[in-house]
Write a protein that binds this ligand. Structure first.
Ligand SMILES: Cc1cc2nc3c(=O)[nH]c(=O)nc-3n(C[C@H](O)[C@H](O)[C@H](O)COP(=O)(O)O)c2cc1C
Ligand code: SF4
Ligand code: SF4
Length: 220
């Protein structure tokens, strides 16, 4: 036995590239763009860029240009022409003349996790008209989240969120194969049926929220 690919019977650890590294690369670009020490540096981004949407995402996080390796190796240079056409169409649609018009626009909305607003309460909502009743949302919520999605109603397959159980983890959205079938909807008033606590429209994060016994600062 030997690791593939083998060279004269031996395999070795190699580099990592393509779509698998994209989330890591996006984070690294965003970190450079939002750190005051490096924010003014020009950024040439790379890592998993395959479509014009990927390129646009890197530009919104501060990249002035992007580089492509794996996608060109997999599909040929034509892939770059498709990326240029797609990006150009999207920019026309949005009214952007150059990439400078949207470069870095998402940087201010990247936060460290501990500063996300814990008072922002959302519930998953399933669009019954587009649901194909595959049951994936039920399985993931039942087995690894909060048992907040039904499986049957009156003996028939039926997938509906139980607001009193939903913690807004977003897992069901990630596994649903139908685009926009499950939405996370913010609660803006009343009480959260899970905790019976009133919706609080003030901002409190992990360092200030009473839910965290180890909080370091007083809530506003
Ligand atoms: C087969 C292969 C060979 C590579 N050779 C080099 C190299 O010689 N020098 C270099 O700086 N990067 C090299 N890279 C890294 C790429 O330039 C690129 O930075 C990396 O693969 C991430 O981008 P990608 O996801 O678009 O491939 C190589 C990548 C691959 C897949
Ligand atoms: S958001 Fe999470 S807890 Fe709510 S229904 Fe979906 S998987 Fe279950
Ligand atoms: S995963 Fe999506 S399509 Fe499948 S049952 Fe759930 S809501 Fe319906």
């Amino acid at each position: 036995m030997a690791p593939e690919p083998t060279i004269d019977g031996k395999g070795s650890h190699g580099g990592f590239c393509g779509p698998a590294v994209k989330p890591i690369a996006l984070n690294m670009v965003a970190e450079i763009a939002r750190d005051p020490k490096t924010a003014d540096f020009p950024i040439s981004a790379m890592g998993g860029i395959t479509t014009w949407r990927d390129a646009a995402e890197f530009v919104t996080l501060g990249a002035g240009n992007v580089q492509v390796c794996t996608a060109a190796m997999t599909y040929g240079f034509k892939i770059v022409e498709e990326m240029i056409t797609g990006l150009s169409d999207w920019m026309d649609e949005k009214g952007y003349a150059t990439t400078e018009d949207f470069r870095g626009r998402a940087v201010g909305n990247v936060s460290d996790w501990q500063y996300l607003n814990l008072n922002y309460i959302t519930k998953a909502v399933i669009d019954q008209d587009t649901c194909i009743k595959c049951g994936r949302c039920h399985i993931v919520c039942e087995d690894t989240s909060h048992q907040a999605i039904t499986q049957t109603k009156d003996g028939a397959r039926h997938f509906e969120v139980i607001d009193a159980e939903c913690v807004g983890c977003n897992l069901c959205v990630n596994v649903c194969p139908v685009q926009n079938c499950i939405s996370m909807v913010a609660m803006t008033g009343g009480a959260d049926p899970r905790t019976n606590l009133p919706i609080d429209d003030s901002y409190a994060n992990w360092t200030t929220h009473p839910n965290n016994p180890a909080r370091t600062e007083a809530a506003e």
